[in-house]
Structure formats: structure tokens, C-alpha cells
Design a protein around this ligand. Sequence first.
Ligand code: UDP
Length: 302
Amino acid sequence: MNILVTGGAGFIGSHLVERLIKDDEVTVMDNFSSGSLENLKNLNVNIIHHNVIDKRTLSGFDQIYHLASLASPIFYQKNPVETALSNSVGTYNLLVEAQKHKSRILFTSTSEIYGNPLEHPQKEDYWGNVHTIGIRSCYDESKRLGETLMSDFNREYGVETRIARIFNTYGPRLNSGDGRVVCNFIVSALKNEPITIYGDGKQTRSFCYVSDTVDGLIKLMNSDYMKPVNIGNPNEMSIMELAKKIKELINSKSEIVFKELPEDDPVRRCPDITKAKEVLGWEPKISLEDGLKRTIEEFKKD
Ligand code: UDP
């Protein structure tokens, strides 16, 4: 197959590309705003240096994975308009091409579409609790619109669409300056510098190792299921527990310090993955401890 991966030079994108090139011809489209060529080194791929926001005629692909978007809160909040457009206009541009060439297209949506969830754990049929004009809305709301466009292109034009709602993912190739919690904690712990928790650390997240996330994406793309599917690890933990676990694995002397919780930071997040188990036969395989050890080893090399 001929496959296009937008955002293929990024964290999850490059792991996906690495898997896909074993069987398929892969083209990466990336504007390298947060991704890097380094992530694709030694991988046999075609590269289109392009921003998905700008319309572009594509040759026909059998499958399109749309991952291009800033995803770390500190970065998407510095570039909110760009972020909002990557997931809305970018998705539209790709859908037009998918319709023209009869490509199957998968949109990487997010757990963020549930906002600060009032239902727990989050099932796909929960509609969410999102602040439309908050500092996270450029990401949350544009992912929601992306899902809408996918669904309407399917209903109106019969485009073969797939929607993955990815929960917090971690692993090697997360950029050390990425700003998300797993990298921040590992980077600080390795230097024995203070680990900064925002808020009181009681907020929860559920962390999925990147190879599991990639497996889920590939299985979803190749399934017949058109509605959204949660792709995440239901192993929920508090941010304080995560800090302690990382300290312990690194044997670090870092102290834990506290900073103010950013606006609209979700209090709890955990996927219900019943749907993924039923329709994809997928569930995560890598334990947090194993995944963190692998990630820490990579960070030590930097
Ligand atoms: N967080 C933290 N310290 C950090 C970075 C993040 O305490 O150095 C917290 C953040 O406030 C949030 C959680 O960790 O509650 C996960 O943050 P992240 O940016 O990784 O992703 P999110 O799930 O919020 O999009």
C-alpha cells in the first residue's frame, strides 16, 4: 500500500512510520514545527515538507493517517491559531483529497475532547465537558471539529473514515523540551533537579506506551469501524504517584516542588477501552514500569 502519514516526523508519527515501512510505501508530510528529521533517520520514507493547513493536491494514497498537530499544552498554547487550524482546516484539506482518491483516512483525535470529564472512566459515548474559549480549546475544540468533519465526509460523501481518541502517550523520542509531564519528570530526575508538580498532584492521567498506541492506530485503520475509539492505557494514576515512580526508577535525589495548576487542567482522565477490545481485539501490553524504564534509557543517551 501507499500510505501518507501527516506529522510523521513527530513523536507518535515517527514510531508509526517505523512500523508501517516494514510492509508499505510510506510518505511523511510534516512542517517540522515540533517533529524532526532526526526522528526519521535511517527510515526509508518519502518526505513532503508541508503544512497541512495549506491546501495541496496529493497523488492518491491508499491510506492517510492524520497526526499533524502540536500536542504538548505549552506548545499548542503558544501557537493556538496554528493548532486550531491543523485539526480543522488541515483535516478538511486531507478529507478533500481522500474523497477524490478514495483513500481511507484516520484522524488522531484525543482524550482532550472529553475536556474536564464529568464521567469516569471516559467511554466513547460521553460527549465531554469542554471550555470553548479556554486556553486548551484551540486543541480540544479543533479536535472535536476534526471529528465532526470526518463524520460528515463519511455521511455526505461516503469517505472511509476512522477516528482514534488517543490518551496520554509516552516513550522514546519524546523531545526532552517537550513540556509534557513524563519528559519533564524524567529530565529533572536524571539531573537531580526539583521535580515540579502543578497543583497538588492529585489530578490523574493514564499513560500508554507508544508501541501500544501505534498498534491500536494500525488495527483501527484496518478495521471496519467508523466511530471513535479510545486508544489508551486504563492504568490510572495521580501525577504525584508518577513523580514518585520516576524518582524511584532513576534512584534520583530530586525534591518534589509545587507550582500553580494551569487553567482548565483536567482533574481526572482514564479511558474505558471496552470498545477497542471488542472491535479491534486491542489492549495495551507494556506495563508502566517497563515503558518508563525504556524511556529513561533513551533519555540517558541524550
Ligand atoms: N504536569 C506537572 N508537571 C509538569 C508537567 C505537567 O505536574 O512538569 C501536570 C499537568 O498539570 C497535568 C498532567 O501533569 O495535570 C499532565 O500534563 P501533560 O502536559 O503531560 O498533558 P495533559 O494530559 O495535561 O495534556
